[in-house]
Ligand binder design. Structure first.
Ligand code: GDG
Length: 469
């Protein structure tokens, strides 16, 4: 494979292995904002993508799909358990989401994380062209920037952190806190979702490593006694708006939205939640508030239905298995108490759906509930807004999401405050059309002007400014 001028490094390759009915195998690109944002750049700059192909012990040679060179990194079943499910999803994920669930600290998990990060760094080092650019993504790979810099000092290295970065008092729990900061500081530009995340990171750098910090610039000491500059600041991610606009305008998708409403018994209002089944998303808080509104008679099951899509996620991690039990118990109780033969209180769907169906749901929803307790950005909020070309519908948005910094015209909530959440749901349900339109127009302007293409361009521009070639 020829050397690549632009390399993306992410935990997962942007493809899924599909086995046909006749047993034949093929790879299909998995649609996602990140791929869409980077594809043009990948084609232009001769790009490669380094990542895990999604199955244990799959040792594959690099291959090409849709004009992108894919460089698979193999992981054993034990490494998946320790590096991915363990350190990434049961140590870093809960710690960085404000310890909503208790983080587990295990030295073997850290060892596996270090080992696997090194493997990713080596793979990137082997495909990147002289003086090329490498963009590393997310919390599974925080050590890669520094490891890669050691192997290839000629490269320009960017890192983007998709999840929150915690306040110092919490971050300080991490037994390997200094190593992780040094790992990230191997990048020329370290991007975060919110200004607050960047501030927390810079505080940790100042307090733990005692490096000089001026504004968003860190003076990182290098071996010869001099320093190099690493920039840490916010680059709020967004969505590829085109497919959402197109799907929302398609007659069959619009007909499907009407059919969904019909099949729910034509309630006056449909409320919608769409989340991976994750304890950060505040699904339980949302259901609790909704259940109380039914109990108090402020809402009636004949008039409203809550559709909750909870797509299966990380089911082998204990905290997720417990969460599922908890949510399903409360959904069952509420439905048992309030359902009638013709109406259901909560239509709960523990399934993943194609994007067409998601857009039909967005179009059917009068109120979108995003009540995350902590969320890096929350793209669902932006997707809902993008699809509402009719300027109708209300977004209820937790102030603990990155999206809350930008989507100022949403109905803002603190999901921990159940009374406040109930009032916000009522405000949304009762909002007059005129006010819905005023708010939605402003929300849409924001999302359509700041799409994922604008996000990747601004990140790459910042990278170019620090390290011009
Ligand atoms: C992380 C950060 C940050 C969900 N269920 C289905 C489905 N989805 C799609 C949504 C959306 C995506 O998955 C979820 O993105 P979010 O941003 O809401 O949340 P995370 O998965 O936690 O993502 C987050 C993000 O990274 C990007 O930086 O915003 O804060 O946690 O696109 O639509 N899509 C389909 N079927 C489903 O059932 N097709």
């Amino acid at each position: 494979m020829p050397a690549a001028d632009f390399v993306v490094v992410a935990n997962r390759l942007p493809v899924d292995r599909v086995i046909g009915a006749d047993g034949s195998e093929e790879w299909r690109t998995s649609p996602g904002g990140l791929v869409a944002a980077l594809e043009p750049m990948m084609r232009r700059a001769h790009g490669a993508w380094v990542g895990w192909p999604g199955q244990a012990d799959l040792h594959l040679d690099p291959f090409e799909i849709g004009g992108i060179d894919l460089v698979p990194v193999a992981l054993s079943a034990e490494e998946i358990a320790e590096y991915y499910e363990g350190f990434s999803n049961d140590t870093i994920w809960p710690l960085y989401h404000d310890v909503i669930a208790p983080p587990q600290y295990h030295r073997e998990w850290w060892d596996a994380y270090t080992r696997v990060n090194r493997r990713f760094a080596e793979a990137a080092a082997s495909v990147a062209a002289e003086n090329g650019t490498v963009w590393v993504h997310d919390y599974q790979l925080q050590l890669v920037p520094q490891l890669l810099r050691e192997l290839r000092p000629d490269l320009t290295i960017g890192y983007f952190h998709h999840i929150p970065f915690p306040a110092h008092g919490l971050y300080a729990q991490l037994p390997w806190r200094d190593q992780v900061l040094r790992g990230l500081l191997g990048a020329d530009v370290i991007g975060f979702q919110r200004a607050q995340d960047a501030t927390y990171f810079l505080t940790a750098v100042r307090r733990r490593l005692r490096h000089e910090v001026k504004g968003s610039a860190v003076a990182v000491p290098v071996e010869d006694g001099t320093t190099r500059t690493a920039i840490a600041r916010a680059f709020p991610i967004s969505i590829d708006t085109t497919p959402y606009l197109e799907l929302a305008a398609r007659p069959d998708v619009r007909a499907r939205a009407a059919e969904i409403r019909e099949s729910l018994g034509n309630p006056a209002k449909i409320l919608l939640g769409v989340d991976r089944l994750d304890y950060t998303k505040g699904i339980g808080h949302r259901i609790k508030a909704y259940g109380e509104l039914l109990t108090e008679g402020r809402l009636a099951v004949e008039d409203v239905t809550l559709v909750q899509v909870a797509s299966p996620s990380r089911e082998r991690v204990d905290a997720y298995a417990h969460l599922r039990d908890e949510i399903e118990l409360s959904v069952g109780r509420i439905n048992g108490d309030f359902d009638t033969m013709g109406h259901t209180a909560i239509r709960y769907l523990h399934q993943g759906y194609p994007r067409e169906e998601m857009v039909a749901l967005y179009l059917a929803a009068d109120v979108m509930l995003v009540t995350a307790l902590r969320d890096g950005m929350n793209l669902v909020a932006k997707e809902y807004v993008a699809t509402r070309a009719d300027n109708r519908g209300v977004l209820v948005l937790s102030e603990f999401t990155g999206a809350a910094d930008e989507l100022r015209q949403a109905v803002r909530v603190n999901p921990h405050d159940i009374e406040g959440l109930k009032d916000a749901i009522m405000t949304a349900v009762e909002m007059p059309k005129g006010e819905q339109g005023k708010r939605m127009r402003s929300l849409r302007r924001r999302v359509l002007e700041n799409d994922v293409e604008a996000w990747s361009s601004s990140f790459l521009k910042a990278l170019d400014e620090v390290h011009p070639h």
